[in-house]
Design a protein. Structure first.
Length: 317
């Protein structure tokens, strides 16, 4: 008997996007925990260890030559209530800038979900156990095309598994643009564009599902107060162009005191009302090198991301 792989259910657990026309939607999850705490405003955020997942074009404009970090989240906790285990979302990212213009970026993301039962075409239990998981291997290159403009191209290899007999693979590409406008000695406005996750389909049992293709624009204003206090405010606007098409976006703020302690807040909004939620978070930076970040999502009763948290740790030189 042909097994139903329950693709829609696995996608729902991965991202809460909840549509059967889209697969591997974990690719659309913000990589940087700092951005996640600011309403998911990832498109125009300054470079981090996780720029490979958000907008690689920011890397060559950073004063930091090297950053590496990791994050973890029990993603979409509301969907795993009553189960023995939560979803687990993990990521490791880094970049290194050669000279003044060229940046190489790399990363790995892995998403696992709790074990579930398998069913046949008529909805009868097969006795088989499904252990869904997704993984991506990510490589990128970015160049400082002019003093204020970064351009990037990123490639992803995606592997998706429902069980040992039901697997699929796909490739996808991102294009990123990042422009920094100086506003005096202590302020700047970052403007960015990103076209992400455009590639081949994931095919399970001969049924192809689109990757979460998306185009987005963003802007982040940053300023310093004295030499040790800073403030950021930003906004993201995006449109999902594959599967169920809808608008999404976010707005957020950050205040950092003494270049050490940061508090953050924001709001993420979408045409998909279940994906409207507030975000809060904090961070600690030690000697401008080691940074730890935390984000928490505050959604309504119908939001599958309600109560989801994220932690991130990174090092920069």
């Amino acid at each position: 008997m042909k097994k139903i792989v329950l693709l829609a259910a696995s996608v729902l657990c991965l991202t809460a996007a909840a549509n059967a026309q889209e697969a591997a939607s974990f690719l659309d999850v913000t990589g940087d925990t700092r951005s996640a705490a600011m309403g998911e405003i990832s498109t125009a955020m300054e470079a981090s260890a996780f720029s490979i997942f958000d907008n690689a074009a920011a890397a060559p404009l950073s004063s930091k030559k090297f950053q590496v970090g990791a994050y973890y989240s029990p993603w979409a906790k509301e969907l795993t209530k009553g189960l023995d285990k939560n979803n687990s979302l993990l990521g490791v990212g880094l970049y290194y800038t050669i000279g003044e213009k060229h940046s190489i970026l790399a990363g790995v993301r892995y998403m696992s979900m709790p074990e579930s039962a398998g069913y046949d075409d008529q909805g009868n239990p097969t006795g088989a156990s499904l252990k869904p998981s997704d993984m991506s291997i990510d490589l990128g290159y970015a160049i400082r095309a002019t003093k204020n403009l970064g351009v990037s191209l990123t490639a992803h290899y995606i592997s998706s598994k429902i069980d040992n007999d039901t697997k699929a693979g796909a490739v996808a590409f991102d294009l990123g643009l990042f422009y920094r406008l100086g506003l005096g000695k202590k302020s700047n406005l970052d403007l960015a564009f990103r076209a992400a996750n455009f590639g081949t389909k994931l095919e399970f049992d001969g049924v192809g599902s689109n990757l979460p293709g998306k185009v987005s624009v963003g802007g982040v204003y940053s300023t310093m107060f004295g030499d040790v206090h800073s403030f950021k405010a930003g906004v993201d606007l995006g449109y999902k162009v594959m599967g169920d098409k809808f608008f999404t976006g976010g707005a957020g703020l950050e205040y950092m005191a003494f270049n050490t302690i940061a508090v953050r807040a924001g709001y993420h909004f979408s045409d998909n009302k279940a994906l409207n939620y507030a975000t809060v978070g904090a961070g600690v930076r030690v000697i401008d090198m080691l940074q730890a970040d935390f984000a928490y999502l505050l959604g309504g009763d119908n939001c599958p991301l309600k109560g989801t948290y994220r932690v991130g740790l990174s090092v920069r030189f």
